[in-house]
Design a binder for this molecule. Structure first.
Ligand code: BDR
Ligand code: CA
Length: 341
C-alpha cells in the first residue's frame, strides 16, 4: 500500500544539551561561504547532495572525494564526474579513494541504486577526469589550502575519512566539523540494527566518531522524514529544464526501493539533508549525545549506539538529528535544482 503520510513522529528528547557538548555545525553566508569537502559514493541521493551544494551561494565545494559503497569505486567516481558534467562544473576536483572498507569485503547496494549505482536517468559523459591523487591525500590538500573553516560532508562509508584522520592527524584541528549522513537511532535499513553507510565500514565509523572532531549525525530518523512525494516531484521537477528532468528521473527510480520496502509514494533524499543542514540553520533539530559504533555484534554490527538518556556518563561526541522541517527541505532542494535550468 502506498501513502503520503510522513512516517512516525520525530524523536522527542526533552533534556537540554550538556554544557560540554561539542560545537554545533557552522553555517556559511553568501559573503563568507562555508568550505566543504563532499566525500561520497554516488548514488542517487549523493548526486542530489552534490547538486544542492554546488547551487548554494553559502557553500563552497573545495573538492569531491569518492569511495566504494553504493557501487564499486570505478562507478561512484564516474558518476561524480557525470554529475559535474551535467551542470558544467568540471572545475571541481574529483579524487578517487578507497575501493574497499578497512576490514572485510566490499558490499554494494544494487537493490537500492541499480547495478551502476545510479539507474533511472541518463547522465552526460564525464567532461573531466579524476585527479591522480588518492582521495585522503587530496582531502588533506583541500583542507590545508582553505582560508576559512572546513566541514567534511561524508555521504557514503567512512573509509576515506578514517584514512585521512589516520594519515594526517595534524588536520584534526583544521576540520571544523564533520556533518555526515549515516546511522540511525531507531531501525536500520540494511539490517534491522544498522544503516548502510555505517554498516559498510564500521571500523572506519568508529575512528571518525572517536576522533574528537565536532560531528553531526544525520541518520535515518531524520532522512526518512525528508521525503519528496511523487506528487511534488511531478509538479515541481518533471516539467522543468534538463537538469530538473534528470533529477526527476533519478528520484523516480530511487522511489522504487522505498515504495517496495516502506510503501512510500515518494523518496527520501538522505544525503542531501547533510548538505541542507549546513545551508539552513534550524532545518534539522538535533541533540548532543554520546554515540558509539558497534563493531562486534553478530546481529548489530554497524549499529550507532546513541545514549539518548545519558545513562553511560560518556561525554557527548555528536549532535544527532531528531527531526526535520520537511516542507522547507523540499523547497530548498527544488529551488537549488531549478536554479540550473
Ligand atoms: C545511505 O546509503 C546509501 O544507499 C545512500 O546513498 C545513503 O548515503 C542511506 O542509508
Ligand atoms: Ca550515499
Amino acid at each position: 500500500m502506498s501513502g503520503t503520510a510522513a512516517p512516525g513522529p520525530g524523536i522527542e528528547l526533552a533534556t537540554p544539551d550538556p554544557a560540554d557538548a561539542p560545537p554545533r555545525a557552522p553555517h556559511g553566508s553568501p559573503e563568507q561561504p562555508l568550505g566543504i569537502v563532499i566525500d561520497c559514493d554516488p548514488g542517487h541521493d549523493d548526486a542530489v547532495a552534490i547538486l544542492l551544494a554546488l547551487a548554494r551561494p553559502d557553500l563552497r565545494v573545495l573538492g569531491i572525494s569518492t569511495v566504494a559503497g553504493n557501487a564499486v569505486l570505478e562507478s561512484t567516481t564516474d558518476t561524480a564526474l557525470r554529475v559535474l558534467a551535467l551542470v558544467g562544473r568540471q572545475d571541481v576536483e574529483v579524487a578517487a579513494g578507497a575501493a574497499h572498507p578497512l576490514h572485510g569485503p566490499l558490499r554494494t547496494a544494487p537493490h537500492v541504486h541499480g547495478e551502476s549505482g545510479i539507474e533511472g536517468s541518463p547522465l552526460p559523459a564525464p567532461a573531466s577526469t579524476a585527479i591522480a591523487e588518492f582521495a585522503p591525500h587530496a582531502m588533506a590538500r583541500w583542507i590545508r589550502g582553505a582560508t576559512g573553516p572546513v566541514v567534511l560532508v561524508p555521504t557514503g562509508p567512512l573509509t576515506n575519512v578514517a584514512l585521512l584522520l589516520d594519515e594526517h592527524p595534524d588536520l584534526r584541528e583544521r576540520i571544523a566539523h564533520i556533518c555526515l549522513m549515516g546511522g540511525s537511532l531507531t531501525e536500520g535499513n540494511i539490517t534491522p540494527a544498522a544503516e548502510f553507510n555505517i554498516w559498510a565500514d564500521p571500523e572506519a565509523a568508529a575512528i571518525v566518531f572517536g576522533s574528537g572532531i565536532p560531528l553531526t549525525m544525520i541518520g535515518l530518523d531524520v532522512t526518512h522524514r525528508s521525503i519528496v512525494w511523487e506528487a511534488e516531484r511531478r509538479a515541481l521537477l518533471d516539467e522543468g529544464g534538463p537538469v530538473a528532468r534528470t533529477v526527476a528521473g533519478l528520484l523516480a527510480y530511487f522511489q522504487g526501493f522505498h515504495e517496495r520496502t516502506y510503501g512510500w509514494a515518494g523518496t527520501p533524499i538522505h544525503d542531501a539533508v547533510a548538505v541542507a543542514h549546513l545551508a539552513a540553520p534550524g532545518l534539522v533539530r538535533t541533540a548532543a549525545v554520546n554515540v558509539e559504533i558497534e563493531t562486534e555484534g553478530l546481529w548489530t554490527r554497524g549499529r550507532t549506539v546513541a545514549d539518548l538518556r545519558r545513562v553511560t556518563g560518556r561525554a557527548a561526541n555528536a549532535h544527532v538529528g531528531l527531526d526535520i522541517d520537511r516542507e522547507r527541505f523540499v523547497r530548498i532542494l527544488v529551488d537549488a535544482i531549478r536554479s540550473y535550468d
